[in-house]
Design a protein around this ligand. Structure first.
Ligand code: SF4
Length: 325
């Protein structure tokens, strides 16, 4: 799958408290086939809305999402059904993602039934999917109910269900955040392994830089519905450019999946999305904010291997041109 996402200029609307919140605004990116991209940011930054729009679970009021050249907004009938097979969501909380009254067999049979896979093939497909996510002795789980599994086991079942129709695009929304720290690495390893074996194109949504670093070669840092920085994960970790990314990296000096975070060194949380600051949305937490930041929204611009949305870098980029004039 190759994906192009653009919620540019217009907004992706979430109707909250009788007003329209700009959940995502001016966000645009492409994802190459087989690429793993982390959407990183604090809660309320628009990363989950972006993920849901990529899967056509949320409609943008402006912009577009194209999937292998097809505009998701135009998909109907068989084409939409085909997209729903190829693109899957892995939920944050595995206990919310399954019907508690369904056995594991029934949970995994449901997508196969919807896709009209012959009944005779289903049991083999179910066992193969559970083996793929390395659930030990999968046959023993088939007649169990979700409450009889641990969080880590159930998240593997949720992953197996997302993969059972052999998708090529997966959005994983904080898939380990509800799990005990001791089982996170195991689930993440399964995710990485499956992604590589199936050559999945993957979006990994997280507030946790260490987890994104563990899973994704590229990271898109979001803040209040906008992209702050977009580039290779290792470059971002070793030399963050945007002041917000710098704060995220400073909170986890040597990012690692098992490591606790220090508080962000930029004080209180993000501002109310109903009432964002003028100009740069990060302005009221930014230690380098200056006059221009209140007046103009910085557009993402190329800086080396990355895109950075900050006036500091626009000024740097423009300096050589001024010298030549
Ligand atoms: Fe800070 Fe200004 Fe850059 Fe925004 S544009 S991150 S306020 S320096």
């Amino acid at each position: 799958a190759q994906v192009h996402f653009r919620a540019g200029g217009a907004l992706a609307a979430l109707r909250g408290r009788a007003r329209i919140i700009k959940a995502v605004d001016g966000v645009s990116f492409d994802i190459r086939k087989g690429e793993s991209v982390g959407l990183l940011g604090e809660s309320g930054c628009g990363k989950t809305t972006t993920g849901r729009m990529l899967l056509k679970l949320e409609e943008a009021t402006g912009g577009s999402v194209t999937f292998d050249g097809a505009d998701l907004g135009e998909l109907r009938g068989e084409a939409l059904k085909n997209f729903r097979t190829r693109a899957q969501l892995i939920f944050q909380n595995p206990f919310d993602a399954v019907n508690p009254r369904f056995t594991i067999r029934a949970t995994l049979a449901e997508p196969l039934e919807n896709a009209r896979v012959p009944a005779a093939e289903r049991e083999d497909r179910i066992l193969a999917a559970l083996e793929l996510v390395r659930l030990p002795n999968p046959a023993e789980f088939l007649d169990r109910y979700p409450h009889q599994l641990s969080g880590g086991q159930l998240q593997r079942v949720v992953m197996a269900r997302a993969l059972i129709l052999q998708p090529d695009f997966v959005v994983a929304d904080e898939p380990v955040s509800m799990l005990d720290v001791s089982v996170r690495a195991g689930v993440l390893n399964v995710f990485r392994d499956v992604r590589d074996r199936l050559n999945l194109t993957a979006i990994y949504i997280s507030h946790d830089l260490a987890l994104v670093r563990y899973v994704c070669e590229r990271t898109i840092v979001m803040y209040l519905g906008r992209i702050m920085e977009d580039g290779p994960t290792e470059d971002i970790v070793h030399e963050p450019l945007h002041p917000y990314t710098k704060a995220l990296v400073a909170a986890v000096p040597v990012p690692h999946p098992d490591q606790d975070h220090a508080p962000l060194p930029i004080g209180r949380g993000a501002p109310d999305p109903l009432n964002p600051p003028s100009g740069c949305v990060f302005r009221d937490r930014c230690p380098q904010a200056h006059e221009r930041c209140a007046a103009e929204i910085p557009a993402p611009r190329p800086v080396g291997s990355r895109l950075v949305a900050c006036h500091l870098y626009e000024e740097t980029a423009m300096a050589p041109a001024k010298e030549m004039a």
